[in-house]
Ligand binder design. Structure first.
Ligand code: HEM
Length: 414
């Protein structure tokens, strides 16, 4: 039983439960646990760590995202109210938030992302070509994390050779983030931040050309006016905190999504065949995966004031955990527990909502669509190569590994 009854020594007026977010479990267990949680109520109190509120319904989670005056993003890990690393723009509340968000909006706009499409396709193609004739691969370790990392580095104008250690540090960060190996998030964060500080110093000494391909250069030459006292350049620590957040927001999430999507297609040959016959459906398949495989299990916020929320007395400083993944499988959606490959794009919360809605959504979508196209071009038929159940990681849900195999005679070149 993953959700236990619990008790707490304060007035909460809602079911009190205890559930863990860290343990590795059989793949899909956290979404199953989400159903159990939803049945208990739309607002719960979890006695894990210092204790925090849990929102399970679509409307409560959406309200949390949209009401930044009440639910501040200053802290976003519900079980760790005192984080060691600042993330920009994530931890900045409106109205200052927009000053930092604008620095990303043009860089990550649909047209900017489209310009890189063929370049990113070439990166993806190189990966798939490198293993297509081997007949098997751990798709999470060897593809789903490496390809988006290299695309990201290319997109922000950093050397692709850095893929190796960024993959390692991001892994380290997330092992600690969920609490599976306490402390590792601090060491992972430090390594990533030091990396960007070094690159920033190098760029100050020798600016990169062309500037429109150099994200750090773009930040160094940008100005902000967060307190309304006049435009000023970003400080070094602001530049580093932006790059750090992009790294932890953009790489592990895409790895997880791609892993779940390939797993679905490996285990549902009818959907795979449909996609091979109608490649245009990759847009719907990606969107449906974002809804159905909500791998950002939930997002955290901190209460800015005492408030009565759905009848529950929440106090200033309390933490809240909105289960976005469970909200995206609620009855707001027709047949919510079925992956429908041709579902029309829906108002899922896979990229959240409100001011902090994912800034990298267009990049992520393009990466996922390219992955499907390039994978299926060379490897149209594949299956899971394991008799043991696959396992998932908690908090930011990802398959730990995805062993896939295929017939090499099926795998074709151009
Ligand atoms: C499938 C992949 C992805 C998923 C599911 C995803 C999901 C999310 C979610 C749920 C949030 C909101 C968090 C919150 O409100 O607490 C978010 C924010 C954000 N994401 Fe993503 N993300 C993905 C890929 C990316 C990529 C590739 C990038 C950039 C490289 C990125 C950059 C960001 C940024 C900068 C924010 C914060 C925006 C702000 O505070 O204004 N994400 N993402």
């Amino acid at each position: 039983m993953s959700v236990q009854e619990s008790s707490v020594d304060r007035d909460v007026r809602c079911p009190v439960v205890h559930f863990e977010v860290a343990p590795e479990r059989e793949a899909g267990s956290y979404w199953e646990m989400g159903k159990e949680l939803r049945e208990k109520g739309e607002v719960l109190f979890n006695t894990l760590a210092q204790g925090f509120w849990v929102l399970t319904s679509y409307d409560t989670v959406k309200e949390m995202y949209q009401d930044g005056d009440t639910f501040s993003a200053r802290v976003i890990t519900a079980w760790n109210p005192e984080p060691h690393a600042r993330m920009i723009p994530m931890n900045i509340d409106p109205p200052e938030h927009i000053q930092f968000r604008q620095l990303l909006n043009d860089w990550f706009s649909p047209s900017a992302i489209r310009e890189h499409r063929e370049n990113h396709r070439a990166i993806c193609r190189r990966y798939v070509e490198s293993f297509a004739e081997s007949g098997s691969i751990d798709a999470v370790a060897e593809f789903a994390i490496r390809y988006p990392t290299e695309v990201f580095l290319d997109f922000v104008g950093m050397p692709k050779e850095d893929t190796e250690f960024l993959v390692e540090w991001v892994d380290e960060f997330f092992l600690g983030y969920s609490g599976r190996k306490p402390g590792l998030d601090a060491s992972g964060a430090k390594k990533i931040k030091d990396y960007y500080q070094e690159n920033l110093d190098k760029r100050r000494a020798t600016p990169q050309a062309p500037r429109e391909r150099d994200f750090i250069g773009h930040l160094l030459q940008s100005t902000v006016n967060p307190d309304g006292t006049g435009e000023r350049p970003l400080s070094d620590s602001e530049v580093v905190d932006i790059c750090f957040f992009l790294t932890i927001a953009g790489l592990d999430t895409t790895r997880a999504q791609l892993g779940w999507l390939l797993h679905h297609l490996a285990t549902n040959p009818d959907d795979r065949k449909r996609l091979l016959d109608e490649p245009g459906l990759s847009v719907n398949a990606v969107e449906e995966s974002l809804r159905y495989h909500g791998q950002v299990y939930g997002d955290g916020r901190v209460l800015t004031r005492d408030v009565e929320f759905r009848g529950c007395p929440m106090k200033e400083g309390d933490m809240v955990y909105g289960l976005a993944s469970i909200a995206s499988r609620s009855d707001k959606f027709e047949d919510p527990d079925t992956f429908k490959i041709d579902r029309k794009p829906s108002a899922h919360l896979g990229f959240a909502a409100g001011a902090h809605r994912c800034a990298g959504a267009h990049l992520a979508r393009q990466e996922l669509q390219l992955a499907l196209e390039e994978w299926h071009r060379l490897i149209p038929n594949y299956e899971v190569d394991s008799i043991e159940p696959l396992m998932e990681r908690g908090a930011q849900l990802s398959l730990l590994s995805l062993p896939l195999k295929w017939s090499v005679s099926d795998a074709v070149g151009d």
